[in-house]
Design a binder for this molecule. Structure first.
Ligand code: ADP
Length: 193
């Protein structure tokens, strides 16, 4: 299955994506993780995107689309994957569609984690204590939320119009959210099978 997990910063995408991918044996493709690994290793890409990530902005569509195209061309992603943090703009939605269509594929489902604004801020502030992420400071969190609301929030509507959107309650215990995701996926599997 070719899946996307969507939700604002702090919604728990990364945590749930890890679990889901381990259970279902599909690769977890997180653009944020790819960028951070490159920054850590001081690669040319890392140097190019570091300031953008630190400030909470979006890396250009051109760079991001290329990163994802390269990653999805790897053999382990041939039969399915979970995209976390991508697409984030309409241009990325279009690029992903085109990329998948080249091989006769398409997105099978989009899981959207719904979490209250207050809870998001609380989680990110808590994460800041241990994550070591420069972009988990209060000011940058605000910046990330703003850009998310403007650029990424509208994507849910796009996927809803295609009948691909599955909205899930992302509040409560991590295990509880995982259970909701698994239920949704079971329905999805039986529908696509
Ligand atoms: P979060 O969802 O908590 O904001 P991510 O790990 O998904 O964290 O992303 C971290 C940062 O990486 C983003 O703030 C952005 O700078 C960059 N990034 C990740 N994915 C994309 C994308 N699809 N397009 C542009 N920039 C991205």
């Amino acid at each position: 299955m070719r899946l996307i997990i969507l939700g604002p910063p702090g919604a728990g995408k990364g945590t749930q994506a890890e679990r889901l991918c381990a259970t279902h044996g599909i690769p977890h493709v997180s653009t944020g993780d790819i960028f951070r690994a490159n920054i850590k290793d001081e690669t040319p890409l890392g140097k190019q995107v570091k300031d953008i990530l630190d400030a909470g902005g979006y890396v250009t569509d051109e760079i991001t689309n290329q990163i994802v195209a390269d990653r999805l061309a790897q053999p382990d992603a041939a039969d399915g994957f979970l995209l976390d943090g991508y697409p984030r703009t309409m241009a990325q939605v279009d690029a992903l569609d085109a990329l998948l269509a080249r091989d006769g594929h398409h997105v099978d489902g989009v899981l959207r984690l719904m979490v209250d604004d207050d809870e998001l801020v609380a989680r990110l502030t808590e994460r800041a204590k241990t994550s070591g992420r420069v972009d988990d400071s209060e000011q940058v969190i605000r910046e990330r939320q703003e850009i998310y609301n403007k650029e990424t929030h509208p994507l849910a509507q796009t996927y809803a119009e295609r009948g691909l959107l599955h909205e899930l309650d992302g509040m409560g215990e991590v295990d509880e959210v995982t259970r909701r995701i698994d239920e949704t996926l079971d329905q999805l599997v039986s529908r696509t099978a």
